[in-house]
Design a protein around this ligand. Structure first.
Ligand code: CS2
Length: 465
């Protein structure tokens, strides 16, 4: 038997389940990007607000591309179990905030109607870095225009993707979709809608067979949509809401509301995500499957510690960065997470710009060393060969996969030309680094070291220096 509204009552008593009525009210939130992250992060914040009796936080979840996941969730009435596990213990919870589901590619009109529904007060998004396309701007604009034309109140549209200034980027995308006929909509958008920036954090790996098996054991029911996460979560959001009263409400659920999210965004993208990308690429090339297996290696751990302390922290506006760093290293080692390096290496071309570039530029401006980032970039070059150091091939899952692999293909025979060609890509490295002789020289140096002696040897040498 599956987890569903009907079987919910049969769950063991120690599993936290929704106690509120999930059918009487229309959803107040439309979420675009119904992946693992949202379901174990914001959906659990909204679950808390619903549990406190505020019926406006039910979610209409929209899968952008994957009908399989949406169908599974539909079959389970939007219910799924989350294992929250780390050094402090293991517990299971079934959040109940997901009330409706759609798939954007096949049910676009339903999504537009949902954005324009009278009950909708928020749209949240986790569509990944590569999801910020004109089509997304158009989808949101169509929904917002319909709201405006129906005389409905404005809403809060909150981007929760790992992009610097995500709210500004999203608003720009929506505005870029407008035409001359949209002057009223534009005026209404500016006056009544809010696009706050936000930083979200919780490590939520894509589910594995191990998690699904553990879920059916814990629940006594089959759950094809269960997830595993850590106890830690953070949501820092800019104090900019269509309904200003939402600030206090979100705070009551543990969300940090602040006038300035930028310093949190920067620290998180460069410390957590920057280290993640470096470890993921190292793991992919050395054949270590999970982040925990990478951080468990003393020289990789030392590399990550030094990357954050020496090259990232000097450019952050966060005085508690040493505590933040140590907490991150502990989180990376969480043995329950089984966070696949290939999952994090996915879309590296879209991630590297936010995660590495600002620290390297900061170091250059201060005439300081960028060796750790140069080594990470060299590992990225090696990664484009699509075969690990044991000879196992792997797929590059990236919108730029084809062009990256073409540029990196001959790196064993023409290493310098390949490094140059990959470092010349402004979409990854911006406009300064492709011209910076010192940067190119150091990446070339580490790349040669890696080809001759391997990633571990290079990391060891750098961290012992
Ligand atoms: C990861 C993030 O997949 C990735 O690129 O770096 O998903 C990371 O786990 C989250 O941002 C943590 O909050």
């Amino acid at each position: 038997m599956h987890l569903s509204a009907l079987t919910l009552a049969s769950l063991p008593a120690d599993i936290h389940t929704p106690i509120y009525d999930r059918r009487r009210h229309a959803p107040g939130v439309v979420h675009l990007g119904l992946g693992a992250f949202h379901r174990a992060h914001q959906a659990m914040v909204f679950d808390q607000l619903l549990s406190a009796g505020d019926t406006r936080w039910g979610i209409h979840g929209v899968g952008m591309t994957r009908p399989d996941l949406v169908n599974q969730l539909k079959a389970q009435d939007g219910l799924y179990a989350v294992r929250v596990a780390d050094g402090t213990g293991v517990k299971w919870q079934v959040p109940g905030a997901l009330w409706r589901t759609s798939v954007a590619t096949t049910e676009r009109d339903a999504v537009v109607q949902a954005i324009a529904a009278p009950s909708t007060r928020w749209v949240t998004l986790t569509v990944t870095e590569k999801g910020y396309t004109p089509a997304l701007g158009q989808l949101l604009l169509d929904g917002l225009r319909l709201r405006q034309q129906s005389g409905l109140p404005g809403i809060t549209v909150a981007s929760c993707d790992n992009l610097q200034g995500n709210g500004h980027k999203l608003l720009a995308l929506v505005k870029a979709a407008t035409t001359e006929q949209d002057t009223d909509v534009l005026r209404w958008l500016d006056a009544h809608c809010a696009f706050p920036c936000s930083m979200v954090d919780r490590i939520v790996p894509a589910a594995t067979a191990e998690v699904l098996a553990a879920a059916s054991q814990a629940l006594g029911l089959r759950d094809d949509a269960s997830l595993s996460t850590e106890g830690f979560w953070e949501w820092v959001i800019e104090d900019r809401f269509a309904d200003p009263a939402d600030a206090t409400l979100l705070q009551s659920a543990g969300v940090r509301v602040t006038p300035d999210v930028q310093s949190y965004e920067e620290a998180k993208l460069r410390m957590l995500n920057g280290s993640h990308s470096a470890m993921a690429l190292m793991g992919a090339v050395t054949g270590r499957p999970f982040i925990a297996s990478c951080i468990g290696v003393p020289h990789i751990r030392s590399f990550v510690h030094r990357l954050m302390s020496q090259e990232v922290a000097p450019h952050l506006n966060r005085s508690d960065w040493a505590n933040y760093r140590d907490a991150l290293i502990a989180r990376f080692g969480n043995p329950y997470l089984k966070h696949s390096v290939h999952q994090i290496a996915t879309d590296s071309s879209q991630k590297i710009p936010q995660r590495w570039q600002p620290s390297v530029l900061g170091q250059i401006a201060q005439d300081a060393s960028f060796e750790h980032h140069a080594l990470a970039a060299a590992v990225f070059v090696r990664y484009t060969l699509a075969v690990d150091e044991q000879g196992q091939s792997y797929a590059l899952n990236d919108p730029q996969a084809e062009s990256l692999m073409a540029l990196g293909a001959a790196q064993r025979t023409e290493p310098e030309a390949c490094v140059r060609a990959l470092l010349a890509r402004e979409d990854l490295w911006g406009s300064t680094l492709p011209q910076h002789a010192g940067w190119i020289a150091r990446v070339t140096h580490w790349h040669q070291h890696i080809l001759q002696l391997g990633v571990d040897h290079a990391v060891q040498q750098l961290t012992e220096a």
